[in-house]
Design a protein around this ligand. Structure first.
Ligand code: CTP
Length: 426
């Protein structure tokens, strides 16, 4: 029988081998499950490892931690545990469970179950396979629902007809896997997806639920939507959502022309690696930029954005004047710094990839790569020693010295002190 673990990275293999041995010692069964199995078979990188045990997961996780030197965190209220190894691997453990949905979109009720129950509660056949870690069946695939043949035939298929109504966030997941893997949603599943859309099982976050049955809260859609926006070509995912009439799951007011998003993604994919950003946030800026002020504010209230995220989105939506200033024929480095410094890093990165004007791109690059992190070598105490009395003037002088350093007019501490003294004397 084929051993599906022969392709796994050595360090990970070592860890899961230890998990298999610990499971044998404790007399329980342990499997890796879900997305990681799909990705092992497809040969795609994935460091997100989920383990399901037939038997209690927490004491098992604690014994694995002891045997392997991993850090363990336990969540007794959910019966789950997370193990972490110093080289960056994270592993979630949970006991096999059954789920029932009291009504569409509600949070599921959970009971202990077998591995098969646990696989059956999952979204798509390609995500509903497991690989055994115990010695007697090491590396063997458990494929109860035809996931392997669907993977080979590039099909996205739900396991049962209530899948989308149980959990409407799966509509977004369905499109995401279809587009990411370049698979297709097979006809029965597509029919069910469209039916779920027609029946308004999806909420209507934007206007109240007509049937009063949907409990899926915007944050759960948002988590899935963010994953979609962080994919390599989110415009393909959104175009497909739009064609299915499913964009409204997220918001009616979203821009439906993804040209700018496509352009930004193309530029981003060719960008130097040292430009750090939140990809999903940059994508979101590209599709919210033309929303009216009121719609954008209500969009930002609807989802659980962090404060700096919503500020960045608002800054991006109001960035025309920033771009105008940055395209001035003459602009010193410190002037560009003064324009960009009040913006969050993600907004600056968005602007960098939004514009095509070479001069502006160079100015923003200069800022991101060199100037944004510039520090001077003098502080308020130095200025007090020069006789400047505490107050606003100190800040003003320090900023001028910083600008001089950015423009290369002062270099070391000595030159900065001299410049500060001259400014203080004015
Ligand atoms: N899952 C599900 N229904 C959901 C979310 C998750 O059935 N609404 C199951 C699937 O089996 C999935 C697993 O939980 O494979 C893990 O979920 P997640 O980490 O969100 O997805 P991955 O499949 O690992 O996808 P990705 O590669 O994007 O992380």
């Amino acid at each position: 029988m084929k051993n599906y673990l022969s392709r796994v990275d050595k360090r990970i293999l070592n860890v899961i081998r230890n998990i298999g041995r610990a499971a044998d010692r404790q007399g329980l069964r342990a499997y890796i499950v879900g997305g990681i199995v799909r990705d092992i078979i497809l040969g795609r990188k994935n460091l997100d490892i989920d383990i399901v045990t037939e038997g209690p997961a927490i004491p098992f996780a604690q014994s694995v931690a002891k045997a392997t030197g991993a850090k363990v965190m336990v969540y007794p209220q959910f019966g789950t545990a997370t193990l972490q190894w110093p080289f960056g691997l994270r592993l979630d453990l949970v006991a096999a469970r059954q789920e029932t949905y009291p009504h569409p979109g509600a949070l599921p009720q959970v009971r202990p179950g077998t591995l098969k129950d646990d696989l059956f509660r999952r979204d798509f056949t390609i995500n509903a396979m497991a690989i055994c870690l115990n010695h007697d069946r090491w590396g063997q695939l458990v494929d109860e629902f035809g996931g392997l043949s669907d993977l080979r035939e590039k099909k996205i298929r739900v396991l049962h007809e209530r899948s989308f109504s149980d959990d409407p966030t799966r509509i977004l997941r369905c499109v995401r896997f279809e587009q990411r893997l370049r698979f297709h949603i097979e006809p029965w599943t597509l029919g069910l997806l469209k039916q779920a859309l027609r029946e308004e099982v999806i909420p209507a976050i934007n206007g109240g639920d007509k049937r009063g049955v949907d409990n899926v809260k915007p944050p759960r859609y948002f988590t899935e939507f963010k994953k979609m926006l962080a994919e390599e070509q989110p415009q393909r995912h959104l175009t497909r959502l739009k064609a299915l009439g499913a964009l409204r799951i997220v918001d009616d007011a979203l821009k439906t022309d993804f040209h700018l998003l496509k352009q930004i993604q193309q530029r981003l994919s060719q960008a130097p690696e040292d430009i750090a950003c939140n990809r999903w946030l940059i994508s979101l800026m590209a599709i919210t930029g033309t929303m009216s002020g009121a719609k954008l504010r209500s969009f930002l209230r609807k989802f659980p954005f962090r404060k700096e995220e919503s500020e960045s989105i608002l800054q991006a939506a109001r960035s025309e004047h920033v771009l105008r200033k940055l395209s001035a024929p003459k602009l010193s480095r410190s002037q560009a710094y003064g324009i960009l410094k009040p913006l969050h890093q993600d907004t600056v990165v968005y602007l960098r990839f939004r514009v095509s004007q070479k001069k502006v791109v160079q100015r923003v690059d200069q800022y991101l790569r060199h100037d944004a992190g510039t520090r001077i070598d003098i502080d308020g105490e130095d200025l007090k020693r020069l006789g400047v009395s505490p107050g606003k003037k100190i800040g003003t002088i320090l900023q001028k010295v910083l600008f001089m350093k950015i423009d290369g007019r002062v270099k070391n501490r000595e030159q900065q002190l001299a410049a500060a003294a001259a400014l203080a004397a004015k």
